[in-house]
Design a protein around this ligand. Structure first.
Ligand code: DX5
Ligand code: ZN
Length: 228
């Protein structure tokens, strides 16, 4: 699939989400929607009614990132709300394999997210159940935080697993992804890049998306895993 950019509307104007999505639509692959419940993370954002309406007005598919407790109960509803991809946190799920299978049955791509301190190795055997692995590069909850370099070895380990098993699994990074950090992520093995403040904090969000894409593509082309 190659490099994909998924701007996060967490840093957009919440009073004009349709307009904010339209600003990135010409350049982006997805729109990343951060759902927070003030339980799994200490912040509260939007829920099902807003996601349902966004799915209706967005020209881009929704990449929904659920930072909520009791996610086994709620994630399928986000699939039914019209998302293209639904990502749950493994730390919030009691049955991640069942949940991933349920999401696929509901017609969406199944994503699983790991907080920075959650290791990939215990989940190596269930990667084939997933369409995307999200490796958080900040503690989830807020936009605009500093990128955590300590996650880079995990990105590399995940890419080694994907390569070694010839899996069709996207590796997404989220948190502090910007011009200064996107190349490190791509070199390590990421191929889907979420960026909030780096996109919506720019004067021209679509140009910011294109800039990140070019940097990521160049870094991938010369990386240990992306070289032809
Ligand atoms: C944080 C969210 C991110 C956030 C990223 O918990 O999951 O998607 O919007 O924002 P930046 O790119 O500003 O770090
Ligand atoms: Zn996110």
């Amino acid at each position: 699939m190659g490099v994909q950019i998924s701007p996060s509307i967490l840093s957009a104007d919440f009073t004009d989400l349709a307009g904010e999505v339209a600003r990135i639509a010409p350049a982006a692959d997805w729109v990343h929607v951060d759902v927070m419940d003030n339980h799994f993370v200490p912040n509260l954002t939007i829920g099902l009614p807003v996601v349902e309406r966004l799915a209706e007005v967005s020209d881009l598919p929704l990449d929904v990132h659920l930072m909520i407790a009791d996610v086994d109960r709620w994630a399928p509803d986000y699939a039914d709300a019209g998302a293209g991809s639904v990502t749950f946190h493994v730390e919030a799920s009691t049955a991640p394999v069942r949940l991933a299978r349920t999401l696929r049955e509901h017609g969406v791509r199944a994503g699983m997210a790991l907080r920075p301190a959650t290791a990939i190795e215990p989940y190596a055997d269930l990667l084939a159940e997933l369409d995307m692995l999200l490796l958080m590069t900040v503690e989830p909850g807020f936009g605009g935080q500093a990128f955590l370099d300590l996650v880079l070895p995990k990105i590399r380990a995940a890419r080694e697993l994907v390569k070694g098993r010839d899996l069709d699994l996207w590796i997404q990074v989220d948190g502090g992804v910007a011009a200064e950090t996107v190349e490190r992520c791509a070199e390590a093995g990421a191929d889907v890049f979420v960026a909030g403040s780096a996109v919506y904090g720019a004067d021209d969000p679509a140009a910011a998306v294109q800039g990140l894409r070019q940097q990521a593509m160049a870094a991938t082309a010369s990386s240990w895993w992306g070289r032809p």
